[in-house]
Design a protein around this ligand. Structure first.
Ligand code: FES
Length: 183
């Protein structure tokens, strides 16, 4: 059990706004990710029970929506776009610099737990290419290898000075139905 009674009730109430429970699946998954930083396997069973979707169907949703994740990440998640506009303006070098700065392979959590770097599909920031998204809501644009290193150093230092939990948790506020108060 990864969700408490109050959280289950909240999700049921949210799902009740849709004509079909399955329509609330994305919200439920983001809700879980907000809580844990990723979507644990056990939570998928709970979301499946609430929405009537199978683990395979939920997995397909998670795979499709790149902002959802099945694996834990560092306290700062840095997604570097590698699509065409960014690619033509040096994204490959930016991504390499970011990965090198993290000290671990792409997708892994740095030793101090402060950062994970991932390549990304287009972030919709092509006019600011090469671009990156930090913690799902902070934009970095016109990046160079030096600039991404500086930005990462700043995020890592903030992470080390903060007790706050992570890369996660801001998207959920934007997904609430308009009739609900933020939880
Ligand atoms: S191609 Fe990188 S933000 Fe669009």
């Amino acid at each position: 059990m990864t969700l408490n009674e109050q959280e289950i009730e909240h999700l049921k109430e949210h799902i009740g706004h849709y004509p079909e429970p399955r329509a609330g699946a994305i919200y439920c998954l983001y809700f879980v990710q907000d809580k844990y930083g990723y979507i644990p396997r056990e939570s998928m069973d709970e979301v499946g029970e609430l929405t009537g979707l199978s683990p395979v169907q939920l997995d397909e949703i998670i795979t499709f929506y790149t902002l959802l994740r099945r694996r834990p990440v560092g306290r700062n998640l840095i997604r570097v776009c590698t699509n065409i506009s960014c690619h033509t303006r040096g994204a490959k070098e930016v991504l390499a610099a970011a990965q090198e700065q993290s000290g671990v392979p792409l997708g892994e959590i740095s030793e101090d737990g402060s950062v994970t770097v991932l390549p990304s599909i287009c972030l919709g920031l092509c006019d600011r290419a090469p671009a990156a998204l930090v913690n799902d809501d902070e934009v970095l644009g016109e990046l160079t290898p030096d600039k991404i290193r500086d930005e990462m150093a700043r995020y890592v230092s903030q992470a080390m000075n903060s007790t706050e939990a992570s890369a996660n948790g801001r998207l959920i506020a934007t997904l609430k139905p308009q009739s609900q108060e933020p939880k």
